[in-house]
Design a binder for this molecule. Structure first.
Ligand code: HEC
Length: 289
């Protein structure tokens, strides 16, 4: 049986303990911080050096920034660190927080301690670039002003996801890009068109033609572009042109009927339209004279 005195102590002990606790936490003893409150405080902006800023504005996400990443540190250790930064007016700014209550500092410390590294930005791993076969094209010797036979370059998507071709998907890279062009899109090769969709595991082919404008060794690169994070495929093109520079508007040599699809489809791709247009302009201009 409890006597009166014992009963009194039982009733008042908790209060006494609380009073003691608050006395000590204001001083040396750490009091438990509330991570959720600390999370709010961490992003709450206050006037620091004339600007409205938060811990996060200066230190980054808790758990990521070098200064506020204290791996394995206890809440008390983090709390002490913040406190000494405040006491020492670290960075000539931390003293601003000297008005914070011990509880606020503990809350922020608890937040920093509990803060898990935020997930990295959604992985955007590059998809493998579709393979090109052959991966470079060597044309047979072709007379200046004529069109070589078409050489097909097979693009194969080895990724497990469909890959969308760019628009335009064949972009002239370096070199004598005007000496090469794509052939009209062959039937059944519709994926190999601007914005075409190359299903996983599927292939399509692009016809390449050599249309030398000057004699000698000619070379250029094409960049086959894709939508999204798919690196471009570079296709080097090479050919030897026989004969001298063609006069503007020269039509393909009559004997070159063995050569593949005519220029009719020169406009199969965006940038080739441009070349076609330039050629047409050249033709009409020379006709006018
Ligand atoms: C205006 C920018 C600014 C703001 C806002 C700010 N800090 Fe700092 N803080 C600094 C600078 C500058 C230093 C000293 C240089 C350093 O340590 O990188 C510093 C130092 C510290 C340190 C000491 C780092 C260490 O390695 O011990 C801690 C801890 C800290 N700040 C915590 C906080 C917390 C928590 C808040 C929010 C309540 C906060 N800071 C708000 C700029 C800021």
């Amino acid at each position: 049986m409890l006597n009166r005195r014992e009963f009194f102590w039982l009733r008042h002990l908790p209060h006494a303990a609380m009073a003691l606790a608050s006395f000590y936490t204001a001083g040396a003893l750490a009091q438990a911080g509330v991570p959720a409150t600390g999370a709010t405080l961490y992003v709450q902006r206050t006037a620091v050096g004339g600007a409205q800023v938060s811990c996060q504005d200066c230190h980054g996400f808790a758990g990521t920034f070098r200064d506020l990443r204290f791996p394995g540190a206890t809440e008390a250790a983090i709390r002490a660190r913040i406190q000494s930064a405040i006491n020492g007016n670290a960075g000539q700014v931390m003293g601003t927080y000297s008005t914070w209550t011990p509880q606020q500092i503990s809350d922020v410390a608890a937040h920093i301690q509990a803060a898990v590294t935020p997930p990295p930005p959604p992985p955007f791993a590059p998809l493998p670039t579709p393979a090109a076969s052959p991966n470079s094209v060597m044309f047979g010797s072709t007379a200046v002003g004529s069109t070589s036979p078409t050489v097909n370059v097979l693009l194969t998507n080895s990724a497990s996801t469909a890959i969308t071709l760019g628009n335009p998907f064949v972009v002239p890279g370096t070199g004598q890009v005007g000496d090469f062009r794509t052939a009209p899109v062959a039937s059944g090769q519709t994926a190999c068109a601007n914005s075409g969709r190359l299903e996983p595991g599927s292939s399509c082919s692009i016809g390449a033609q050599f249309v030398p404008t000057a004699g000698g060794a000619r070379s250029a690169t094409w960049n086959i572009n894709f939508v999204g994070n798919v690196p471009a495929r570079e296709v080097p093109l090479q050919g030897t042109a026989t004969g001298s520079s063609a006069a503007p508007g020269t039509s393909p040599a009559p004997g070159s009927s063995a050569v593949a699809p005519s220029n009719a489809g020169a406009g199969a791709l965006g940038w080739l339209n441009l070349f076609g247009l330039l050629a047409l302009l050249g033709v009409s201009r020379s006709r006018r004279r």
